[in-house]
Design a protein around this ligand. Structure first.
Ligand SMILES: Nc1ncnc2c1ncn2[C@@H]1O[C@H](COP(=O)(O)OP(=O)(O)OP(=O)(O)O)[C@@H](O)[C@H]1O
Ligand SMILES: [Mg+2]
Length: 265
């Protein structure tokens, strides 16, 4: 039995180039339980994507370790699916083809052809994209592409869903719709999720906890805020909820008073 589902254990990360070393992350220590929805918020360049890439296994820690169910993470795997800020669909495949490719990779020996087809369609249904299954990425909107990216990640049934500013490039209305879908899917499937965002309201609305990072270099976790709001959450009702307003204020204060970006002279 794992002590923690996902443990980021005193992780530091530096990059070296030509004899110069820059430390991006210092002493990142965080335990995440199964089913938790965690947001990471911090100023641009502090190392959020670097941290997510470490959990994804796309880069290696310099010191410390990342453990998923007590097993060390040191390479990418289908147990950790990532959704990037700018969708990464293969342009020559259809919407269906993009999701089906991931399903075939993960479930080739496990599910039959018919089951893989059904599973692909099921995940397109979850993000309400089944109607556009035969379209190419170039024929659908940014929000739709992002939904396909989410379907592709969900279809892999990852233990941990990693979201790097998944709604960053979208207009406010599309963003709100997608946030609602992610909340619905999280409630239905109970995924463990780590999401990077720059949006304070988004962080409060979606998260069980918000991890606030200090500015780099050598960024660390400055504070972790519990979001004590019951689920399901309704954005309109929450706007007037004192606990929502308090959580929002705490994050805003952290970002804009205590750790504001110092403008270069
Ligand atoms: N492969 C790499 N080699 C060298 N330096 C890197 C590499 N990847 C990231 N960095 C540096 O690490 C720092 C953090 O970058 P990162 O992309 O993690 O920031 P971020 O918090 O995600 O920023 P943003 O909010 O703008 O996406 C930056 O200074 C960046 O230049
Ligand atoms: Mg980033």
């Amino acid at each position: 039995m794992a002590r923690h589902y996902l443990k980021i254990d005193h992780v530091a990360k530096s990059f070296s180039r030509g004899g110069a070393t820059s430390e991006v992350l210092t002493d990142i220590d965080l335990a995440i339980e199964r089913g938790e929805f965690i947001s990471i918020i911090g100023h641009s360049g502090c190392g959020k994507s670097t941290l997510l890439n470490l959990v994804a296994g796309l880069t290696r820690v310099t010191t410390g370790a990342i453990l998923l169910e007590d097993r060390e993470v040191n390479s990418p795997g289908p147990d950790r699916a990532i959704v990037f800020q700018n969708h990464s669909l293969l342009p020559w495949l259809t919407v269906y083809g993009n999701v089906r490719l991931a399903v075939d990779k993960v479930f080739a020996g496990v599910k039959s052809r018919a089951e893989r087809h059904q599973w692909t369609m099921h995940n397109l249904d979850l993000v309400q994209m089944a109607h556009a299954k035969d379209k190419q990425p170039a024929e659908i909107s940014g929000g739709m592409k992002q939904r396909v990216g989410i379907a592709r990640a969900l279809a892999m049934e990852p233990k941990v869903l990693l979201l790097d500013e998944p709604f960053g490039a979208l207009d406010a209305l599309t963003r709100a719709h997608l946030q609602d879908s992610v909340m619905r899917i999280h409630a239905a499937l109970g995924n463990t999720a780590i999401m990077i965002t720059h949006d304070v309201d988004e962080a409060v609305l979606l998260s069980d906890r918000i991890v606030m990072m200090t500015n780099g270099p050598s960024a660390r976790i400055g504070e972790v805020l519990d979001v004590p709001l019951e689920r399901p959450r309704e954005r309109v009702e929450l706007a007037a909820d004192p606990a929502y307003i308090r959580a929002r204020e705490t994050v805003l204060k952290f970002l804009y008073e205590r750790h504001r970006v110092v403008e270069a002279a």
